[in-house]
Design a protein around this ligand. Structure first.
Ligand SMILES: [Zn+2]
Length: 197
């Protein structure tokens, strides 16, 4: 075999992050990605309650290209947008409600999902909608010192570092940092409940 053949340049070895132990959890559904896929993404309209599992990078990519209105007629989209203004819930179909229930059982705030869809509907003609996170989730990342969401390993490492630094035992009994410590722990618990760490 000719190992210098350009053919071999095209063979990609699955990325295996050095600092992550052979971790538990599902693999990212993005073709060719070997990362852990802890971030669920709805498959779309008519597939409510079904999800892809992606790593953070690919869930972001997916969110950016996600089009909930794919396959909808213009009339349907316009009706959807009108309803978005008054809130969807009373008029949503059973299928959609089933999807929302699946989220709830998972501990994910269904209101955040509705807000997200409403935002997409309203923002459809404006600039591309950024993947949005519930305010509480963003606050939790901010509490850990991040401007934007980070992957679970990074968040976890920061959390451990902060807890170590702020713990009263590490501060000669200085209790003034306990409030900050409490905030960090609450933030981390929130991310954990949202399955982001
Ligand atoms: Zn991925």
């Amino acid at each position: 075999m000719d190992l210098n053949s350009p053919f071999f340049d095209r063979i990609r070895v699955k990325p295996e992050p050095a600092e992550q132990s052979p971790a538990e959890g599902p693999r990212c559904d993005h073709p060719g990605c070997g990362q852990i896929g802890l971030h669920r993404a709805p498959m779309g309209r008519l597939r409510e309650g079904q999800y892809f599992c992606f790593c953070l990078d690919h869930v972001r990519e997916y969110n950016q290209s996600y089009n909930y209105f794919k396959g909808m007629s213009d009339d349907d989209v316009m009706r959807y947008q009108r309803e978005a203004v008054v809130g969807h819930r009373p008029t949503w179909s059973m299928g959609v409600n089933r999807g929302a229930k699946a989220f709830r059982e998972d501990g994910v705030d269904p209101d955040a999902l509705f807000r997200d869809f409403g935002q997409r509907a309203r923002g459809r003609r404006a600039e591309p909608v950024k993947p949005s996170h519930p305010v509480a989730t963003m606050k939790a990342f901010h509490a850990l010192g991040f401007d934007e969401p980070v992957d679970p390993a990074t968040a976890k490492a920061r959390y451990k570092e902060l807890v170590k630094r702020l713990h009263p035992d590490a501060n000669a009994g200085d209790r003034s940092r306990e409030d900050k410590l409490r905030e960090i722990i609450q933030a981390y618990n929130h991310l954990k409940a949202a399955r982001l760490v």
